[in-house]
Design a protein around this ligand. Structure first.
Ligand code: FAD
Length: 496
């Protein structure tokens, strides 16, 4: 490791039940003063929500506002699931999970506004790429060293991708509509990789590699159907933000609005039994809860740990077993200053390549504190290579590889840490989605199994995005009560 670099722990301090609620109440202010919970109607139901991430909280809050009785049962002793903010010192926060949002996310915008959360502005990617051993900067496409096609020269990866999507009959707006895809898109895009789709309309091999270096999680080898909404977020909007004080403030604010007595924390669900007249949910410590309906946001990656009676239908069992989960590792670093800005390099990502460090994201933006805040985002075989190392070596090894390739971007590294999603027992992964040929899951995850309704970002094509988690929570709530509404006033487009 470079001199001046030392490792300090920025691990999440588990928050006690009292602690998380007090924290939530403190940030909530005006929103808590007007809970606006509807009077119980004649069709009042008792609903058990499994999981206190954004999907479960969305479902719980919208059902509560309609007068239903809601209990949220959560594996961990904290609220927020994959929104997990970690203090970096000097008032700064990094994010182990969901790190940023964009202004083409109407639900996220409505929810952060509803709870009056202050925002930080972030720069989008003006990256330096390192692909096939050569380096080029987004700020200067005229000097790119790769064998791009004539039309791919002198334009950004984002602009050219949008043109390829247009040629393929797609655009970054329509694919984010909550009713997309239609049957035609499901058929057309479920059996083709993103790379094959865009190569079919003119993309060169090296353009696909640059796209992978920029986009990261979904690559040109991913199923087009699953990858395209992700690209629409990464390449359709450049206005990035996160929540000042940490993105976890959003789930904490929602939890405070729901009320502490409605949460059961530290309570991994071990059994869901709907063989009788009600649904019975048992936790590992032997507690039992009874309801008229269940909203399950339990990630499919850990669903095998839950006994379900009667057993899942064959298609649900297949969906749960065949969904693929990434093993993302984040390597977190705080630098003395955001020194890369002086090199005209910044954003989401600020560097990306076919290198072991994969992508590095600059989330500093206008966060007060004065230091630089970045994380490396490792997936697939890059994540596996780092996971093979002991925890204390992961950050130093990744930083050393990066420093070798791009020695001028970081000044002094003040602290480092790492967070491995596959090592979290409550999810054992980061993002779930169907593999090539798995388009049939899109309809399957929307269908309840008896009185069990499914939610979670992985039950949408906006997997890996809070917008998808909120959308799924609302969908499940509306299956129970068609009048269930989102918070605030999201500007959702109704007609394509
Ligand atoms: C590395 C990473 C980066 C990301 N970056 C972004 C980003 O930049 N922008 C963005 O919008 N989104 C991002 N996301 C995605 C975002 O974090 C998720 O979309 C969202 O938080 C998912 O919410 P959820 O409720 O669907 O699932 P989760 O938050 O995973 O909630 C599921 C909950 O179920 C609980 N649970 C599991 N098993 C049981 C059980 N047996 N009993 C009871 N409870 C159980 C878990 O503890 C958890 O709290 C990122 C995620 C990761 C991992």
């Amino acid at each position: 490791m470079e001199s001046g670099t030392h490792s300090t722990s920025v691990a999440a301090a588990p928050v006690s039940r009292r602690g998380w609620f007090q924290g939530a109440a403190a940030v909530l202010g005006a929103a808590m003063a007007s809970p606006a919970i509807a009077q119980p109607g004649t069709g009042r139901k008792t609903v058990l929500v499994l999981g206190a991430g954004m999907a479960g909280l969305t479902a719980a809050l919208s059902l509560l506002r309609r007068g239903h009785e809601v209990t949220v049962i959560e594996y961990q002793n904290r609220i927020g699931g994959r929104l997990l903010s970690l203090p970096l010192g000097d008032g700064m926060f990094t994010e182990a999970g969901g790190g940023h949002f964009r202004s083409n996310m109407p639900y996220v915008l409505a929810y952060v506004r509803r709870f009056s959360l202050p925002l930080l502005s972030l720069n989008d990617g003006l990256p330096r790429y390192m692909v096939e051993g050569r380096t080029g900067e987004a700020a200067n496409p005229a000097s790119w060293p790769w064998a791009l096609s004539r039309e791919e020269r002198n334009v950004s990866v984002s602009t050219m991708l949008n043109q390829y999507l247009y040629r393929a009959g797609l655009d970054t707006d329509t694919v984010l509509d909550s009713r997309w895809p239609d049957d035609d898109a499901l058929d057309r895009l479920g059996n083709v990789t993103l790379g094959d789709l865009i190569r079919g309309v003119g993309a060169s091999e090296v353009f696909c590699k640059l796209l992978d270096a920029h986009g990261g999680t979904f690559t040109s080898g991913s199923m087009a159907l699953g990858a395209i909404p992700d690209l629409a977020y990464h390449f359709g909007d450049q206005n990035l933000f996160r929540i000042q004080g940490g993105n976890s403030r959003l789930p904490l604010a929602m939890a405070a609005a729901i009320g502490r007595d409605r949460f059961v924390l530290d309570a991994p669900v071990a059994r869901i039994d709907q063989s009788g007249p009600t649904v019975r949910v048992a936790t590992r410590d032997g507690r039992e809860f009874t309801g008229d309906a269940v909203v399950s946001t339990i990630p499919f990656s850990v669903m095998d740990d839950v006994e379900v009676l009667p057993h899942w239908s064959p298609r649900k069992r297949r969906m749960i077993a065949e969904m693929e989960w990434d093993r993302t590792v984040k390597i977190i670093a705080k630098t003395r200053t955001p020194s890369w800005l002086t090199r005209s390099v910044h954003g989401w990502p600020m560097a990306g390549g076919d290198r072991p460090w994969e992508r590095v994201i600059d989330i500093t933006g206008n966060e007060p504190g004065g230091h630089g805040s970045v994380f490396f985002y490792l997936n697939g075989s890059n994540a596996d290579a780092v996971l093979a190392l002991p925890k204390e070596q992961r950050a130093p090894a990744t930083l050393a590889q990066f420093r070798q390739d791009m020695p001028d971007l970081f000044d002094e590294v003040l602290s480092t840490d790492s967070f491995a999603w596959s090592e979290q027992p409550w999810i054992k992964g980061s993002f779930g989605g169907p593999a090539l040929g798995g388009a049939w899951m899109v309809q399957e995850w929307q269908k309840p199994e008896g009185r069990i309704h499914f939610a979670g970002d992985f039950t949408t094509l906006k997997t890996g995005w809070v917008e998808g988690a909120i959308e799924s929570g609302l969908r499940a709530a509306r299956q129970i009560d068609p009048q269930a509404r989102p918070e605030g006033n999201p500007r959702i487009r109704q007609e394509i």
